[in-house]
Design a protein around this ligand. Sequence first.
Ligand code: PLP
Length: 275
Amino acid sequence: MRPEQLKDYVDENTICVVPTLGVTFTGVYEPVSEICKELDKIQDQTGLDIPVHVDAASGGFVAPFLHPELLWDFRLDRVKSINASGHKFGLAPLGVGWVIWRDQKELPSDLVFNVDYLGGNMPTFALNFSRPGGQIVIQYYNFMRLGWVGYRGIQSACAENAQYLAEKLAGLPELDILYDGNGALPCVCYRLKHPEKAHYSLYDLSERVRMSGWQIASYPLPADMHDTVVQRIMVRHGVSHDAVDQLFLDIRKALNYLDKNNIKWSEAGPSFSHG
Ligand SMILES: Cc1ncc(COP(=O)(O)O)c(C=O)c1O
């Protein structure tokens, strides 16, 4: 999403604009602050006051520690709500996600159920009522145990390992790095440098590295770049320097094999789960 595109998409029916802090496909941040400025301009011209929700599923637990100067959150007046996945860079177990509102008036009271049958009054926003609390306890433990300094240390190590991987992959003649782990999520995104000349695709590379135990999804970019197939490697806590070295060797081995052998495994591409 680019600020200059907004005027073609928003009108009086627009509930909100949702930039993503850490785009799933590439790992880059969408420019939240510039998007807000463009919406200010649109308000001046049309009177439409369009709020912003930031999908910070991954970036919400990265930007505050690695890019604290970046304006993307409630420091911007237009940002009314934010979601962040505790189970991604929040380092909590699977199943915990967060949404926060700028203030209470941004969450319409008719979306909140007030339940009294357990005694007292319990406001709940969830669709179902009984839920496990374990992930929340562990998220809380991580906050207390690691603190800001601890989260910064872990996310910095992830970013360094992602940048290290990007540097190594950039040395392979077959690949073209689209995002090198600098400035946004700790990840690497790349495509084939000459897909039109290669007799294999990234889907074939996915198959090949899977034989070494790595699941690296290949997928086309969204509209307008649908012809570009990319792979994205997310570096999270636990992906060590040694693991990055091993991964690089396995990718290089797979590419060498594909270069030398005229075999095409998959046209449409396998489907892997993501996370
Ligand atoms: C940008 C973005 N938004 C939302 C989600 C969904 O988050 P969750 O798995 O916490 O529901 C994901 C990834 O899964 C994502 O990358």
